[in-house]
Design a protein around this ligand. Structure first.
Ligand SMILES: [Fe+2]
Length: 442
């Protein structure tokens, strides 16, 4: 970005882009909340999730706090509801009992906030404060809403009752792909200092030197995961960590979430419809403990976060790290299964154009991939614009997931983007791939 605004050029283009992103995002939010009736909107479909109407007004409240009040310096729209929609003050399980805005009021509220945002966007100078440089605060709010759209999609997946969402199936495989890829030893650049809408936990860029390793060319498929189940994987503590086995017993885990036995095979429920489990699709709805147990059974391990990112971004021809596995350009429909265009992961081999230079497929889109790593700040991390975005989650409690899922929007998914969750969670669209150390001399 330039440091002085030139009307009709950079600042104008940025304004147009922000407006388009806000609009595109709100259309998704509307689709997810208009798909059900008011009873369904205010109901809690799982204690893990908020009522959809909470997500809706919370999205508007964050937009009011950051854009209307902070960036715009405008009067509050509804200061009285700030506490109700503060995710730190209100645990998810308690949210249905709160005096939430009813659906019609919630919709009117987010509309009022958005109108004020469009109004202030008209006169904004993107050079006045770090918060608005390159449109960062707007990008943060777009990504926040998109993240809630993925959360709302997960709520839809947990919802009982007749199906309300529909989408065409993902593309069929175009290449045969499987096995492992060798990633040679050496340094690469992890994280970013330049991607304008990258969040604090993706920064700064820094060098990480890794020994050689092998990583699966695709996410672990349902067919591979079924072999683990059939081999008694869920019955043998030796494949599980101590905490993992304890959770497996207490929670009674015996297969991925949303699976059930169907004769000799398995069926799974996707947004209210049952279908046969397809062997060549990446497995989804497994927790970190299940991923870790599978990897041990397969004689492998989960990749570290750095190993995942090097496989995704490092270009051996230039030595530099790309924004995405396929290059620096934003994701197109041929690159990855993102953005809720489809409602489940694509079979492996469906996105050859999205492969990394080393030939690792479907790193972005389809399923979030659990990594071995706990969530920490990169070396040189500084919280921006607030500690609660990510710093308060650093520590041993959360494991990092990378790459986004079919439910993740492209604006909330980069080669550097980091997600995190508890190792027991599996209502998210989570899968994994495996890795292992390379042998001597490789
Ligand atoms: Fe939020």
């Amino acid at each position: 970005m330039t440091t002085t605004e030139r009307p009709g050029t950079d600042a104008e283009r940025l304004r147009d882009r922000i407006a388009a992103e806000l609009e595109r995002t709100r259309a998704r939010t509307a689709l997810l909340t208009d798909a059900v009736d008011d009873d369904d909107l205010v109901r809690q479909h799982s204690t893990l999730m908020s009522p959809l109407v909470w997500d809706l007004a919370h999205v508007g409240n964050q937009e009011e706090l950051w854009l209307v009040r902070d960036v715009g310096g405008r009067e509050p729209v509804r200061r009285d509801i700030d506490d109700l929609y503060d995710a730190f003050k209100q645990p998810r399980k308690d949210r249905p009992a709160l005096p939430l805005l009813p659906p019609a009021e919630a919709r009117a509220y987010v509309r009022t906030v958005r109108d004020k945002v469009y109004d202030l966007l008209d006169g904004i100078r993107f050079t006045d404060r770090r918060l608005v440089e390159d449109g960062f605060a707007f990008g943060m709010i777009v990504q926040h809403e998109q993240q809630h759209d993925e959360t709302m999609l997960a709520t839809h997946q947990l919802r009982a009752g007749a199906p309300v969402l529909d989408a065409p199936p993902p593309p069929e495989p175009r290449v045969d792909v499987g096995g492992e890829v060798l990633v040679p030893a050496g340094p690469f650049t992890m994280g970013t200092s330049t991607d304008p809408w990258a969040l604090d936990n993706e920064r700064p860029a820094h060098t990480v030197d890794l020994p050689a390793y092998r990583i699966d060319a695709t996410p672990v498929t349902n067919g591979q995961y079924r072999a683990f189940i059939a081999d008694g994987g869920y019955d043998q503590p030796r494949w599980w960590s101590g905490a993992g086995w304890q959770h497996r017993v207490e929670a009674g885990l015996s297969a991925p979430l949303h699976w059930r036995r169907d004769g000799d095979g398995w069926a799974y429920r996707r947004f209210g419809r049952w279908s046969a489990v397809r062997d060549d699709e990446p497995v989804v709805h497994v927790c970190w403990y299940e991923a870790q147990a599978y990897a041990a059974w397969a004689g492998k391990r989960l990749p570290t976060e750095a190993e995942w990112e090097k496989a995704a971004r490092w270009d051996p021809a230039t030595g530099r790290s790309r924004r995405y596995p396929w290059g620096d350009e934003d994701p197109g429909t041929g690159h990855a299964n993102l953005g809720q265009r489809h409602l489940w992961p694509a079979p492996v081999g469906a996105y050859p154009e999205g492969a990394s230079p080393l030939g690792v497929h479907q790193l972005v889109g389809d399923v979030w991939e659990w990594t071995a790593s706990t969530f920490r700040g990169h070396p040189g991390f500084t919280a921006f614009p607030y500690r609660e975005y990510s710093e308060v989650f650093f520590g041993d409690d959360h494991r990092v997931l990378r790459g986004g899922s079919f439910g993740t929007d492209r604006s909330a998914c980069r080669g550097t983007f980091r997600n995190w969750d508890y190792p027991i969670r599996r209502q998210i669209f989570s899968g994994f791939r495996c890795a292992r150390d390379a042998g001597d001399g490789e």
